[in-house]
Design a protein around this ligand. Structure first.
Ligand code: ADP
Length: 302
């Protein structure tokens, strides 16, 4: 069982001819209201990949929480531990122009009220996985990690979007996941040499944190360090339509594979396949692949 402790948003995606300049008012040609937030995306990714998933987060009492949670509920994610906050549901306003360039404003809203006290013991047993990102308060995530550690659960932390985090906060975690940009940001914060190769940075990060580390590398696949060994897996070759959500697809499928008892390297393969398949459709949640699709492509890799 996987419990995701993270953000839940509604994304307003405006299609515009050009990104508005300061002081400019534009008419959008289309508007889509889509469920989002990295927590929600990864919970759905894990559920689609076949895992049994609890979502722990918060939405506002503004009716928009139902929009944010609809996809999760349809996929069988347990949303009973999603709290109702007095703050508005987390919202992203996204302008996308004809060239696909975007400009985004995010309001965390209810995500700021998420509390570690929403986790219950049944979510944190020795065979449970706690999954986190970086879109709810750091102090609450640290408390959640502490409780999960004490209960013997496995902890997967996707450090996205990156923010300053102390080395000690990372040391209680089992699996750290970052993309290439986040690895550089984290490396800077931890004093790793900017000139180090990717391989050297990842290895050093694993040594410093005592964690297994996964770095996603877009079309280059992924690199992992686990129990001292380095694994480099090429991406599944695809012709991408929209790479939004690839990282979330990877994270959810990776956790679902661990939950299904797969070894580290195979979990990275699940992530690579899910990440690539998510590039074949537009949107974050709508593009997340299902277990059967992942398995079909995995079989082709072997
Ligand atoms: P993020 O979305 O967080 O920046 P990445 O771009 O690294 O994350 O993508 C996550 C994973 O999705 C990659 O490790 C890879 O497996 C897969 N992926 C992303 N882009 C492509 C691509 N163009 N072709 C094939 N796989 C991709």
């Amino acid at each position: 069982m996987i419990t995701v402790f993270g953000s839940i948003n509604v994304d307003y995606v405006f299609q515009v001819g050009s990104i508005p300049a300061p002081g400019e008012t534009l008419l959008a040609t289309d508007l889509a209201l889509l469920p989002g937030g990295k927590g929600g995306n990864q919970a759905l990714a894990a559920a689609r990949a076949g895992a049994s998933v609890n979502m722990v987060g918060a939405v506002g009492k503004d009716g928009r929480g139902d929009i944010a949670l609809a996809g999760l509920r349809a996929a069988g994610v347990n949303t009973d531990a999603v709290a109702a906050s007095d703050k508005p549901t987390g919202t992203a306003s996204i302008c996308v122009d004809a060239q696909g360039e975007n400009s985004i404003v995010v309001y965390a809203g209810a995500n700021e009220s998420v509390s570690h006290s929403q986790l219950d013991a049944a979510m944190l047993g020795a065979d449970a996985i706690l999954m986190l990102q970086m879109e709810v308060p750091l102090a609450q995530m640290s408390a959640a990690i502490k409780a999960a550690r004490a209960a013997g659960a496995t902890i997967v932390w996707n450090l996205a979007p990156m923010q300053a985090v102390a080395l000690e906060a990372l040391q209680g975690v089992d699996y750290l996941m970052v993309n290439a940009i986040e690895l550089d940001q984290l490396g800077q914060g931890l004093g790793l040499a900017a000139t180090d190769t990717l391989h050297a940075k990842v290895t050093r990060l694993a040594e410093l944190t005592h964690c297994s580390v996964v770095v996603t590398l877009g079309a280059e696949g992924s690199l992992g360090v686990h129990e001292g060994g380095v694994i480099n897996l090429p991406a599944l070759p695809v012709a991408p339509v929209d790479t939004v959500g690839a990282g979330d697809a990877f994270a959810g499928a990776f956790a679902a594979a661990l939950d299904a008892g797969q070894p580290f390297e195979q979990a990275m393969r699940w992530g690579n396949v899910a990440g690539a398949l998510a590039c074949l459709k537009t949107g974050a949640q709508s593009s997340l692949p299902r277990r059967q699709d992942i398995e079909e492509h995995l079989a082709k890799l072997l």
